[in-house]
Write a protein that binds this ligand. Structure first.
Ligand code: ADP
Ligand code: MG
Length: 776
């Protein structure tokens, strides 16, 4: 039982080493296995002949002097590759003019009013949609497995004779069962609630059929195949069968047939990828790729088709990013002049030493500031890795060069906290810092705006308030955006547009794989802080049922009394209403301060409080006057209180992993041992698994990757980026290698083939969005 492609791949593997032993091995392999090849493609005479020629060529090298024989061995990989491209893929002759892709689906062949309705349910409105409706999976029916070799949960196609058919009723359930035998063994086939099968099957009694499906353990422990597909043996579908996502009343067979009948629409597609790239990346042409998605001739064909289409999507996307980036670059930059002395002075005044990663990131930023091109840099570092300090260094350098800086953050709590820290640090250096948030008094706002415009302020820290129309700068030179995922692209652009020669630094703690950040942020340069300040202890995370909350509270209380620790207790967003959430936190605050934590000073923080009230509570917590802060997830980002060592998260199952990671990052910021408790109220198995996984690692990258797999990148990055990355075929996680290649090639195209038709396609596809795609 050997497929041609398996045979060829094995030859390829053996021939990789060019030496006498592998030549002998190869010859032996061919002699032993050529006869075992059993592949429906052998029915094709041309293929059969070419395969014989190939093996003959190798086998006859036995008679040759070793030098020449080895030469033949060297050719094997190329021959195998060509063979696979030529014979293990298929294409379509395009003779007639195909129906245009935007033809409404009702005009497709084989589609009447009722099918039209069903297809529309699948989102298929046009013929173009139809041929872009790709299988979710494939079933490989090229190999026929004898019944004895059938194994649980492994999809198979087997062959046998239908011996008997039976109908069983169990309450509402109708089971049709049939017995399949093949000389050696037998297996039961079962269909649930498909009464019509009975008649169909009875006509097949004593006939030989092919059966495809996934064997499962039945009620009594025997293996059975449930809801298999059946075909008569004289028309065996020994092929790779596409499995489409379906809707009720539409069968695989029907949909397959409709697609097959209309596949000629692929003749509308032109290859837009430049030839040079097609060649080095070994891409299939577009027609072959569409055929291979729906009706692959081999696994090789299917894989390469997927690669081709995924690659094209990624390439178009990368091109869109490059083009929009170019638009930004037109703004131009300035080579800032600075000695770095001021930053040095600042670093020397700190009570700790910078980590190497911080030094590296700062140097990269400084290079950017001093270069004539505008900076577009992403600073990535896990929660608590010390990004704020790097931002401060950038601000100091920028100040030394004679420019103003703006730091924009997503919440007022964070703005205030940053302001306090940065104000303390920078005032000593003679740098003038101010805070601008929504609740800043009108009088104060006017003063600040006036000062910014006149150059009497050097640094402004704030929330969205910074991007108001009437905020003007004398000479804005640096924009820093903290926790970038909280902002929209537009907001960033608005801030950047307030200066003429702005360098941009975007900071994020959402740890995303490098390939992904490239996809998301295009040509953004990336600095990574991959090192925590020394002396940090790994946070211990525990997952507990809510019935054990009391134990947690007791632990918290003991820690506070015995060690002088501080704690957060966080409640999730339960509804899309601040009011209701505030209430939940409020109620718990009341309850806890009367019961579990009766003698312990507590504070309450939620989104409905005024900035003033929030600030009051936060500063009491910072000073240690409050020991426990009960809060909604407003403290999620950025809050930095090193003495807080315990994070209790109630209803943890309601949080996403990225959010949990952010919350957990609020502790473990000093040298004390820190703890995170996930209290779970109602969680299914899946939620438990998720939380258990989270408890098992503190590595933000791992958490993010798990989360992305779980929710898909669109969800993961929130609705803002959604749509942009709605790839049909490409997968941002598993295609990371392709992403890198696409990025490289996009750059090459922009530099060398700026006129090619692929650019037109980029605009067709991304059009007006191109402007918004830029800079993360
Ligand atoms: P994040 O990267 O999450 O924004 P922060 O900038 O808030 O992290 O820093 C976390 C904590 O670590 C802060 O209390 C900060 O003062 C401290 N910190 C930053 N850099 C160092 C360092 N090199 N050594 C010791 N502590 C540091
Ligand atoms: Mg931060």
């Amino acid at each position: 039982m050997l497929l041609i492609e398996e045979f060829l791949d094995n030859c390829y593997q053996i021939a990789k080493k060019i030496e006498e032993t592998s030549l002998n091995e190869l010859i032996e392999y061919i002699e032993d296995n050529f006869d075992k090849i059993d592949d429906p493609l052998l029915l094709d005479n041309e293929i059969k002949q070419k395969l014989s020629e190939f093996t003959e060529y190798i086998l006859s090298s036995k008679k040759l002097p070793i030098e020449r024989a080895l030469k033949r061995l060297q050719q094997v990989s190329g021959m195998v590759e060509r063979f696979k491209y030529n014979y293990l893929t298929s294409t379509l002759e395009c003779s007639d003019v195909p129906k245009p892709l935007d033809t409404p689906i009702k005009y497709a062949k084989g589609v009447g009013p009722s099918r039209e309705k069903l297809l529309k349910k699948l989102g298929i409105e046009t013929i173009g949609d139809l041929i872009n409706y790709f299988p979710r999976d494939y079933e490989d029916r090229r190999k026929i497995i004898p019944i004895v070799f059938i194994r649980e949960n492994e999809k198979v196609t087997t062959k046998g004779i239908i011996k008997s058919v039976e109908k069983i009723k169990k309450g509402d359930l109708v089971i049709i069962s049939a017995l399949l035998q093949d000389g050696i063994s037998q297996v039961v086939l079962k269909w649930f609630n498909q009464e019509f099968k009975e008649l169909e099957l009875k006509q097949l009694i004593n006939k030989e059929v092919y059966v495809s499906g996934t064997p499962k353990r039945g009620f009594f422990g025997a293996i059975e195949i449930q809801n298999p597909e059946i075909s008569l043996s004289n028309s065996p579908e020994r092929e790779i069968i596409p499995i489409y996502p379906l809707t009720e009343n539409l069968t695989q067979k029907t949909l397959r047939k409709i697609i097959e009948d209309n596949i000629s629409a692929v003749c509308n597609y032109q290859d837009v990828i430049p030839n040079e790239i097609v060649e080095i990346r070994k891409l299939l042409d577009i027609k072959r790729a569409y055929i291979g998605m729906h009706f692959p001739r081999s696994s090789f064909h299917q894989k390469l088709s997927r690669k081709r289409l995924a690659y094209e999507e990624l390439l178009l996307f990368q091109l869109a990013l490059f083009i929009s980036r170019k638009n930004v670059e037109k703004i131009g930059g300035i080579a800032k002049q600075l000695s770095g002395q001021l930053a040095e002075k600042f670093v020397n005044s700190l009570p700790f030493k910078l980590t190497n990663a911080q030094i590296r990131a700062h140097n990269e930023i400084r290079q950017d500031l001093m270069s004539p091109n505008p900076m577009n840099r992403l600073l990535q570092g896990d929660v608590g890795s010390g990004k704020t300090l790097v931002a401060e260094l950038a601000i100091i350098d920028n100040y030394e060069a004679g420019f103003q800086s703006a730091l924009m953050v997503p919440t007022s709590i964070l703005a205030i906290q940053h302001y306090q820290k940065i104000f303390n640090h920078l005032t000593n250096l003679g740098i003038r810092v101010a805070l601008l948030i929504g609740s800043t008094s009108q009088k104060e706002k006017d003063k600040i705006k006036f000062a910014l415009k006149n150059g009497d302020l050097d640094v402004i820290i704030g929330t969205h308030a910074l991007i108001q129309e009437d905020v003007h700068f004398a000479n804005l030179g640096l924009v820093i955006i903290d926790e970038q995922h909280r902002f929209g692209v537009k907001q960033r652009e608005e801030l950047i547009s307030k200066g003429k020669v702005v360098d941009t630094l975007i900071m994020t703690a959402t740890p995303i794989p490098r390939t992904l950040s490239l996809t998301l942020y295009g040509d953004l340069d990336v600095s990574i802080i991959d090192e925590m300040p020394p002396g940090r202890k790994e946070i211990k995370t525990f997952t507990l049922k809510h019935t054990r909350a009391k134990e947690v509270y007791k632990f918290v209380k003991d820690q506070i009394i015995e060690n002088g620790d501080q704690a957060y207790i966080v409640y999730p967003l339960i509804e899309q209403s601040d009011q209701i959430n505030a209430k939940a936190a409020e109620d718990m605050y009341e309850k806890l301060s009367k019961e579990a934590f009766a003698d312990i000073p507590m504070g309450l923080l939620h989104g409905r409080m005024s900035d003033f009230e929030k600030n009051e509570v936060m500063s009491k917590f910072v000073k240690g006057e409050i020991k426990i802060l009960v809060s909604t997830s407003v403290i999620e980002v950025g809050v930095d209180v090193p003495n807080a060592t315990i994070m209790v998260i109630e209803n943890a199952e309601r949080f996403g992993l990225a959010q949990l990671h952010q919350l957990r990052g609020r502790v473990g910021r000093g040298s004390k041992q820190s703890y995170c408790f996930l209290i779970v109220s109602e969680a299914g198995e899946e939620a438990w698994d998720r939380l258990q996984f989270f408890a098992s690692t503190t590595d933000g990258f791992k958490v993010a990757e798990y989360d992305m797999r779980l929710r898909g990148p669109g969800e993961f990055f929130g609705t803002r980026q959604h749509g942009m990355m709605d790839f049909k075929v490409a997968d941002l996680i598993s295609d990371s290698e392709l992403i890198m290649l696409a990025r490289e090639d996009a750059k090459w195209i922009i530099e060398n083939r700026a006129e090619s038709s692929i650019i037109k396609k980029v605009f067709e596809l991304y059009g007006d969005r191109i402007k918004l795609l830029d800079v993360g």
